[in-house]
Design a protein around this ligand. Structure first.
Ligand SMILES: Nc1ncnc2c1ncn2[C@@H]1O[C@H](COP(=O)(O)OP(=O)(O)O)[C@@H](O)[C@H]1O
Ligand SMILES: [Mg+2]
Length: 269
């Protein structure tokens, strides 16, 4: 049986997260049952916000690592560093989360080097072990340790997907951009721009995102809508804000940019 302390009351300090489905309950169950969690979804749809919200709600420290193609197992576990003429072992973020009973969140985990999965495997089976070869330690993860990983299935290529042997160690859920009414509430809350003005932006984003597939790799994210609304709320003219947040970040192709600006002008021009 687990010995997890009763959950603290909902933490008022937890960063705002608007649930879309049953994701909070699923996260909480995975945590209680000591199961690792995999989040899939496009960039800017709320994965990182969700994890920081849940970590605060569960009262656990959060160690977030943005993975990249140079990230090695040692970056996660730790290494000996020379400090003032002495070599000293310094824990990496994964090791710290294991020692403290925290949540370790590996963002874009498919980007990391292959040796990273070697570290994750013993942590994700029911032994929940983290072997530190260099120090000779074998850490057993406490009940309140949790591993969360995420990736964006949209821009993965064949060499960069999680192997089934890794993927099948996780409880998994898909994220996507929220339905318009919910997204509108999020954008209004995050930016302070009045609801009905946010609704117009969300509508516009839907129309722009329809170009996805033909001309755009990804649709307008909730993150970009928040940026746009924030700049407008700060006094920037709508067309300037829209170009800077809904056009330039989406594509470098001048023709596609022009197409997007036409749609924006048709709405706000
Ligand atoms: N469900 C949500 N609740 C609250 N804010 C959200 C939500 N979804 C998206 N956001 C907003 O969008 C921004 C980007 O979300 P983020 O979690 O960083 O995306 P991801 O990690 O999926 O790339 C957040 O900073 C927040 O302002
Ligand atoms: Mg993120």
């Amino acid at each position: 049986m687990s010995h997890i302390a009763p959950l603290p009351e909902l933490d008022q300090e937890a960063p705002f997260y608007q649930p879309v489905a049953n994701e909070c309950a699923l996260f909480e169950q995975a945590y209680q049952q000591r199961l690792p969690l995999l989040l899939k979804g496009p960039t800017g749809c709320g994965k990182t916000r969700f994890v920081s919200h849940m970590a605060a709600k569960l009262g656990r420290p959060l160690y977030t690592v943005s993975c990249h193609d140079d990230l090695t197992a040692a970056d996660l576990t730790g290494r000996y560093l020379l400090q003032g003429g002495e070599t000293r072992w310094v824990d990496g973020p994964l090791t710290r989360a294991v020692r403290e009973g925290g949540i370790c969140y590996l963002d874009e985990v498919v980007e990391a080097r292959k040796d990273v999965t070697v570290v994750l495997h013993p942590l994700t089976d029911d032994r929940r072990l983290l072997p530190l070869e260099r120090t000779g330690e074998l850490l057993e993860a406490p009940d309140d340790f949790m591993l969360v990983v995420s990736y964006n299935p949209g821009y993965q290529h064949i060499l960069k997907s999680l192997k089934p042997s890794t993927r099948q160690r996780f409880v998994a859920m898909s994220f996507d951009f929220p339905p318009p009414d919910i997204e509108c509430g999020i954008v209004a809350r995050e930016s302070g721009l009045p609801h009905e003005r946010c609704a117009a932006l969300v509508n516009l984003a839907t129309r722009l995102s329809e170009l996805k597939g033909q001309d755009l790799e990804e649709g307008v994210s909730t993150r970009l809508l928040v940026y746009c609304a924030t700049l407008i709320q700060a006094g920037m003219p709508i067309l300037t804000a829209a170009r800077a947040t809904l056009v330039e970040p989406l594509t470098d192709d001048l023709d596609v940019q022009e197409g997007l600006m036409e749609a924006i002008n048709a709405t706000f021009g």
